[in-house]
Design a protein around this ligand. Structure first.
Ligand SMILES: Cc1ncc(COP(=O)(O)O)c(C=O)c1O
Length: 371
């Protein structure tokens, strides 16, 4: 039997996740590898979250609470939003899908930047929507070009702020001006996956952006427990939006989209300020140290509002990535994004950072990139 697969599905290039440690060790025969490639939390997960998961294990024969009542309540308390303005998802990826499912039909347009988080474009493609992809300008979202590309078919604009992979944040003043110009018929999604790592001067007040949208576009903010809260493996994220938008997203989500362990872990993590604050402090310190060390090696590091940063290694990034893999260190090459000489590094523990710098130094020498 020959089943027809729609063109929009055939042409999807699968999302390229960072190489898992197990795969690297199997393929390259190396041991004690480290992964500084997926912007995860190097210091594990909140001990309170782990304890909450343990306590919840006996209840796995039951379906989770489909309304996510206690988690929604905890997020509402933390953010000042009311519970009917909060949606939780199986990672913030899940909420990206809800938005596209709810608002995009065949031929509708969604604007994203390139390079930015790849999932937006994939989900739009699955839905049969049209991706309008605007190149970054100097590693920043080009808000003017985005505005100029809005048409009456535009439904959503995704802005990851800070942007992944460039780690740049939008100037808040520029963002407010931009939002005041986007038509009412469009929703702007501010993906704040890395908001916790941002300097306070560049953080924006999403509460007022969502609530004061009369006469202009709607705003949705996305957040995740995968980064600062250290729960990437259990998959939980949330969105903040008007109750009206949330109502539509509830219609398209699966009834039990967030599992029981994720719900209790996220509540506990939200209350574990000690783990959270330590993560932010160690990320800040590690980033300063790493950026300084890569400069000493003759590379150029770019400034960053996240737990990762870009480095110009002055030679082919993919060859360097391969050389580092052979020494058991996983980073990301940005060559596929058009940055031929640039790698992306996630901040790790003190030991991981030292290993990274030693390996980077020896691979740069081996490849003859810097003297
Ligand atoms: C900008 C951005 N948004 C969303 C996500 C997805 O986060 P989650 O793990 O909550 O699905 C990521 C993950 O790396 C990201 O970089």
């Amino acid at each position: 039997m020959k089943i027809q697969v729609p063109e929009n599905i055939k042409s999807i290039v699968p999302y390229p996740p960072g190489k898992p440690i197990e795969e690297l060790e199997r393929e390259y025969g190396v041991k004690d590898s480290i992964k500084l490639a997926s912007n995860e939390n190097a210091w594990g997960s909140s001990p309170k979250a782990i304890q909450a998961i343990r306590e919840s294990l006996a209840k796995l024969n039951r379906y989770p609470d489909g309304s996510n009542y206690y988690l929604v309540q905890a997020i509402a308390d933390k953010t000042g939003f009311s519970p009917d303005e909060v949606i939780v998802g199986n990672g913030s990826d899940d909420i990206i899908e809800f938005l596209v499912k709810a608002y995009v039909q065949n031929g509708d347009e969604v604007i994203t930047s390139h390079p930015s988080f790849l999932m937006y474009q994939k989900v739009v493609q699955v839905r049969g929507g049209v991706n309008k992809i605007i190149p970054l300008k100097g590693m920043h979202h080009d808000l003017e070009a985005i505005l100029a590309s809005i048409t009456d078919r535009t439904r959503l604009i995704f802005l990851d702020n800070p942007n992944n992979p460039t780690a740049t944040a939008i100037n808040p003043g520029d963002l407010y001006t931009f939002l005041s110009t986007v038509p009412e018929s469009v929703i702007v999604v501010l993906d704040e996956a890395y908001v916790d790592f941002m300097d306070s001067e560049v953080q924006v007040d999403v509460y007022s952006l969502v609530h004061n949208s009369k006469g202009r576009c709607g705003v949705v903010a996305l957040r995740t427990f995968s980064k600062a809260y250290g729960l990437a493996g259990i998959r939980v994220g949330y969105g903040l939006m008007s109750a009206e938008v949330a109502g539509f997203l509830h219609r398209v989500r699966q009834p039990f989209n967030v599992n029981q362990l994720a719900q209790v872990a996220a509540i506990a993590a939200l209350n574990d300020t000690e783990f959270y604050e330590a993560t932010l402090r160690k990320t800040r310190e590690g980033k300063v140290w790493l950026q300084n060390e890569v400069e000493k090696l003759g590379c150029t590091s770019y400034s960053s509002q996240t737990n990762f940063f870009l480095v110009d290694v002055k030679g082919d990034a993919t060859a360097l990535y391969e050389a580092m893999l052979h020494q058991g260190v996983i980073i990301r090459s940005m060559k596929a994004y058009g940055y031929t000489n640039v790698i992306r590094i996630t901040v790790g523990t003190t030991e991981e950072n030292s290993r990274l710098i030693r390996t980077l130094g020896s691979c740069l020498g081996e490849l003859g990139y810097v003297s």
